[in-house]
Ligand binder design. Structure first.
Ligand SMILES: Cc1ncc(COP(=O)(O)O)c(C=O)c1O
Length: 390
């Protein structure tokens, strides 16, 4: 950090923030529909930028959330008792192993705040989910970024677990792994992941982020929850934002050793998960068939979307999630803008160090068609065409 950035200037109250926070750049999410409407006056917008689930929650979930409105004047159950019991039953874990967050993002922040400090470090992958370096740096801990796999690898730009293992130091208190990873969509198979977890010292916590777990099952993603019992340093994070279609409600969970759950419980804000979100999540768990139908539809569309993108001459990364990483080439920023003008929001990835790529969330069939038609009209073609992977 420069000497200047640590100087306090009373005329600028922002400079009173702690140095680690002053040095942060804020997370930039996918552009909201309302923002595009305001900026360009465009209507009939489709958003394929934040990996939401366009099928949304089931009618039973919406009804449960509506019912909970009747008691919205009361504080929510701060312990999320009913949701924890429902999750415990569904996952086959003890409720004492569960932590509920305002999205899994909340839990990632709480984990970093609880377990990291300026004299410690944490490891994550290049092209890993952008929140990891943010929550690490916020604590003043050193963020160690490990180079991702090369483009020619079977999982191009994905996590290199062996290199991540080698990067661990005695002061490394946390290791962040996303499986599948956002924004690459790449994933790690059970054996490789198990080998890493066995090799990580017990003093390094492993935050295994499975936000897209339900989409990845078909690609052979392991059920990692049974590993938590034998690895007290393993924390598995999942969310209701993706396959369960509740991104706006903000609810995610972590499965960990009960002592880790107890630590997070000390730190979390008293009522971090609102009553509508709790009611919606309980009802969503009870309607697995709806979730599975949405996942199956998205998986089919992912295949179709990728095939369409390849027909346009674009390179796509393999994906075990509800989005795909696409290489556009040097004109990616122009393409992003041209799509905005046509009412289509995708996610530019310059902030991830991937200025020639965009990430496209899988939409409904008609939305994906509209995107493919717009791309065809714009005559996009990957200028650096390389071997297609899937
Ligand atoms: C890999 C990954 N982890 C965590 C999250 C956070 O999800 P949420 O806070 O909605 O549960 C996301 C959201 O996009 C994600 O892609």
């Amino acid at each position: 950090m420069s000497a200047d950035s640590s100087r306090v200037d009373p005329a600028h109250p922002g400079t009173l923030a702690v140095a680690a926070v002053r040095a942060l750049s804020p997370y930039v999410p996918g552009k909201p529909i309302s923002e595009l409407e305001r900026e360009l006056g465009v209507t009939d917008i489709i958003k394929l930028a934040s990996n939401e689930n366009p099928h949304g929650p089931s009618p039973a979930v919406l009804e449960a959330m509506h019912r909970s409105l009747g008691s919205v004047w009361l504080y929510p159950d701060g312990s999320c008792h009913e949701l924890k019991l429902a999750l415990a039953r569904h996952l086959g874990v003890g409720p004492e192993c569960l932590s509920i967050g305002n999205g899994s993002n909340d839990l990632l922040m709480l984990l970093a705040e609880a377990f990291l400090a300026p004299h410690l470090s944490a490891v994550y992958s290049q092209y890993g989910f952008a929140i990891y370096p943010l929550v690490i740096r916020e604590t003043g801990a050193q963020a160690i970024e490990v180079a991702a796999r090369p483009l020619e690898a079977p999982m191009p730009l994905g996590h290199d677990l062996a290199a991540m293992r080698s990067a661990l130091r005695p002061d490394t208190r946390m290791l962040f792994i996303a499986n599948p990873n956002n924004p690459t969509g790449t994933w790690t198979q059970a054996r490789e992941l198990e080998r890493l977890i066995e090799a990580v010292p017990p003093t390094t916590l492993i935050a295994l982020d499975e936000a897209y777990y339900e989409y990845g099952r078909e690609c052979g993603l392991p059920d990692t929850l049974p590993w938590v019992a034998s690895h007290p340093n393993l924390i598995v994070l999942r969310t209701f934002s993706k396959a369960y279609g509740l991104a706006g409600a903000r609810v995610g969970y972590a499965v960990s050793h009960p002592e880790i759950a107890a630590v997070l419980d000390r730190l979390r804000p008293a009522f971090n998960v609102n009553s509508l979100a709790q009611a919606g999540a309980v009802a969503a768990l009870a309607d697995q068939a709806h979730m599975r139908r949405a996942v199956a539809a998205t998986t089919r569309e992912l295949e179709r979307l990728c095939a369409g993108l390849r027909r346009l001459g674009l390179w796509t990364a393999p994906s075990a999630a509800n989005f795909v990483l696409v290489r556009i080439g040097a004109r990616a920023a122009q393409l992003f803008q041209a799509l905005l003008e046509r009412g289509i929001i995708v996610r530019p990835l310059a902030s991830y160090g991937l200025p020639e790529h965009v990430r496209i969330s899988v939409g409904l069939p008609e939305q994906n068609e509209r995107l493919l038609a717009a791309l065809a009209q714009l005559h996009v073609q990957d200028e650096c065409a390389v071997t297609q992977v899937r």
